[in-house]
Write a protein that binds this ligand. Structure first.
Ligand code: NAD
Ligand code: MG
Length: 299
């Protein structure tokens, strides 16, 4: 059982169809996981690590909450120390840190803006000096600002979305690569929207398309060094991003238009990141794994 939240039950929460979330809205991004009702499911108490990432060092951007939190905890269960780079959600970050430390692993918290080149560089350097190296980079931080039509997307919004979702990934990867060695892995969070497109999130979908192309190019670039580069394309997942970016009346039916007729929970993403981070995926590079309730196969 979780020490911090009443555990809602992996089975119940993940199997309810359709889930109707209470309408809710948070006024700014990044959203806060502590304000969400119900809280996302980010840890499966039945998941017991088997040392797949023993003594590795991982850096997870956006690791304080949502998908990144579930990934960070699963990495710790598999034996990794984790640096979490996040914007300013200190309470969410402290909760994730406590879960990681409960696994007997170290957790370094670094708060700041990944749009800033010097912040990206220093985050990598602090991780290497505090945790003794870097083996796994998870590029997961992101924002989205739905708008009706390109005429309603301010240029500032388009630039901001690219700065966080793509330029941040480019810079984190650029500064991480000198420290990565044979067996290291890079995993980025794309989205099903890179494949389906979305008329409400034209700029956001485009950043996710860029991440797919970046993943393929970096995989080719680093393969001779024995470094593998992959991505995950989630479908609709119950995380702070949703109430912080959607109007309250869009929340109750969130995820119900997927073939599985429900949103996913962050915990359902974590094993895929463990797979891509570990030697289990030793013959996999340049790929995008779709964890989306079947959403990417919809026409
Ligand atoms: P989340 O809000 O929990 O995570 C996003 C994180 O990005 C935040 O925790 C925040 O700390 C970080 N962040 C935002 N701006 C930042 C900045 N300027 N500098 C540093 N960090 C910053 O939500 P999530 O849904 O878990 O998002 C994780 C990733 O998953 C994002 O890339 C998102 O686009 C992607 N994704 C989410 C969904 C979904 O339905 N939730 C679907 C597809 C893809
Ligand atoms: Mg957060």
């Amino acid at each position: 059982m979780s020490k911090f939240y009443p555990y809602l039950g992996y089975e119940e929460v993940c199997q309810q169809v359709p889930i109707q979330f209470p309408p809710q809205h948070q006024p700014a991004q990044p959203g806060l996981e502590t304000l969400m009702d119900p809280p996302p499911v980010f840890d499966d108490p039945n998941y017991i690590g088997t040392g797949k990432l023993m003594d590795k060092v991982a850096l997870v951007t956006g690791g304080d909450s949502g998908i990144g939190r579930a990934v960070s905890i699963a990495f710790a269960k598999e034996g990794a120390d984790v640096c979490i780079v996040y914007y300013d959600e200190h309470e969410d970050a402290q909760i994730t840190k406590a879960y990681i430390e409960a696994q007997g692993r170290k957790c370094l918290l670094i708060s700041g803006d990944i749009r800033d080149e010097s912040f990206c560089r220093s985050s990598i350097e602090k991780t290497v000096s505090a945790l003794g190296g870097l083996d796994i980079l998870v590029n997961n931080a992101g924002v989205q600002f739905p708008q009706n039509g390109i005429e309603n997307i301010p240029i500032e919004q388009m630039l901001f979305t690219f700065e966080v979702n793509f330029f941040g990934i480019f810079m984190m990867t650029k500064f991480a690569v000198p420290y990565l060695t044979k067996g290291s892995t890079i995993i980025s969070t794309a989205s099903v929207l890179a494949y389906t497109g979305n008329d409400q999130m034209i700029d956001y979908s485009s950043t996710k398309g860029a991440i797919v192309s970046f993943t393929r190019s970096m995989a080719r670039s680093l393969v001779s060094k024995g470094i593998r580069v992959n991505a995950v394309a989630p479908g609709p997942i119950w995380t702070p991003l949703q109430p912080a970016s959607q109007p309250a009346d869009r929340i109750p039916t969130f995820g119900s238009n997927t073939p599985m007729r429900r949103a996913g929970q962050p915990v359902e993403l974590a094993p895929t990141y463990v797979y891509l981070a570990s030697n289990d995926s030793s013959y996999v590079t340049g790929q995008v794994l779709h964890v989306d309730g079947g959403a990417s196969m919809q026409s």
